[in-house]
Design a protein around this ligand. Structure first.
Ligand code: DQA
Length: 146
């Protein structure tokens, strides 16, 4: 496995969830686009969504066992709460990008803090579903150089 795309809680409802904030694109459409974008460059891309913190921790542990080279994650609300997901990234030592569809800095104060940003390679926030595509573009360039 080259790239794992993880989406956290409530992101399975994209398309109908607060469309004024999150847009009309569904998670299935985002995931299919990323798999195709990676495949076009010869990269194997897997996707995972869960509403459960522990399931995301377990998926990260499995990712290390699978030899995953990079993770793109939208942790949803766990961004602002989860020491466990932060610790999991530190434990597996897989480089990752943090993606947010909305601009978390232009919303409520509690969304401005992330438990992941300082250990991420980079953060994309506010570019809508295109943020995932931008992250994958970076990953493609990065993995080509390895
Ligand atoms: C989000 C922003 C988070 O604050 C929120 O809890 C989400 C989605 C985004 O993609 O903009 O669930 O990560």
């Amino acid at each position: 496995m080259d790239v794992l795309v993880i989406n956290g809680p409530n992101l399975n409802t994209l398309g109908t969830r607060e469309p004024d904030i999150y847009g009309a694109t569904t998670l299935a459409e985002i995931e299919a686009g990323l798999v195709a974008q990676g495949a076009a460059e010869g990269l194997e891309v897997d996707t995972f969504q869960s509403n459960h913190e522990g399931a995301i921790v377990d998926r990260l542990h499995a990712a290390r066992a699978e030899g995953t080279r990079f993770v793109i994650i939208n942790p949803g609300a766990f961004t602002h709460t989860s020491v466990a997901i932060r610790d999991a990234f530190a434990a597996v030592a897989i480089p990752f990008c943090e993606v947010h569809i909305s601009n978390v800095h232009a919303r409520e104060e509690f969304r401005r803090h992330s438990y992941l940003s300082d250990i991420a390679v980079g953060v994309l926030t506010g570019f809508g579903a295109t943020g995932y595509t931008m992250a994958m573009h970076y990953v493609i360039e990065r993995l080509k150089g390895e």
